[in-house]
Design a protein around this ligand. Sequence first.
Ligand SMILES: C[S@@+](CC[C@H](N)C(=O)[O-])C[C@H]1O[C@@H](n2cnc3c(N)ncnc32)[C@H](O)[C@@H]1O
Length: 251
Amino acid sequence: MTSYGELAEVYEWLISDAKLVPAEFAASFDDVLDLLPSNAHVLDCSCGTGQLAVGIAGRGMQVVATDASEAMVRRTAELAEEHRASVRTVWADWQELPDHFDDDTFDMVFCVGNSLHHAVGARGRAAALESMSRLLRPRGRLVLTSRTWELVRSRGSRLDVGDRLISRNGRDGMVVYWWEIAPHWEDEHHIEIAIAEVAKDNSVLVHSERLSSWPYRYVDLVSELERVGLEVETSTFDPEAENYTVVAIRV
Ligand SMILES: C[S@@+](CC[C@H](N)C(=O)[O-])C[C@H]1O[C@@H](n2cnc3c(N)ncnc32)[C@H](O)[C@@H]1O
C-alpha cells in the first residue's frame, strides 16, 4: 500500500501556497460548504497534512480526518493542535472506515487532492467509494477531486522537473516527478516523487518515495459512483483540463 511515510514530512513542497493555509483551502470549497448547516458532520477521508480538515473545523463544523498513512494522521493532529481546532483524527484506510463509523453519519465526505488513484484497481476503488457512500447520510454529498488521468496517460512515462525552487519553512526545495505509465489502464502504475532540498551551503538532501497508482477514466468513475448509490450533481470534468471536481449526492 502507498504509505506516504517519507513524503509526509516534506508534503508542504507538494501543495500550493493557497492550500497551505487551512482557511484558504476550505474557502476553495465554499460552493459546497455553504450548503451545510454550521454544525454539520464532515469527514475528510484522505486528509494528508490536515489543512482542509482544520480549515473546515475553523468554521465550527464537526470534523473527522482520516488517512491510511499514520504519518499524515499525526501531522493532521499536530496542525489541529497548532490552530486549536477540534478535529478528530483516525488512522484508517478507506475500506476500514465502516469499522469506525456508523452508516449515515456524515453530511459531507471529502476525498480530494488526487487521492483516489491510490485505491488498488477497480475493485479497491469500488470498495473505497462504497465505504464513503455508506458513511454519508441520504442526500449527503461526496466531494472528490481528481487528475484527468486520460491526459496523464496520453503523455506516457516522463520526468517532470519543477521550474523553480519552492520555499517552505525557510528551506528551498526542487520537486521532481517520475511518471511511470503502465501499458494498460488497469495495471499498477508508479509515480516517484523526489524533493531535493538545497541547504544554505548548497548541499542537497533528497526525500523521495515511489507511490503506486491505479488511474481511471472519468466515464468509469461516474459509473462506479452510480453503482454505490452516488449520483453526480456537478462536475467540472473537461478532457483538456488537468484536474476536475465531482460532487455526488447519496440517493
Ligand atoms: C496526494 S495526497 C492528498 C492529501 C490531501 N487530501 C491534500 O489535498 O493535500 C493523497 C492522500 O491519500 C492518502 N491515501 C492513500 N491511499 C489511501 C487509502 N487506501 N485510504 C485512505 N487514504 C489513502 C495518502 O496517505 C495521502 O495522504
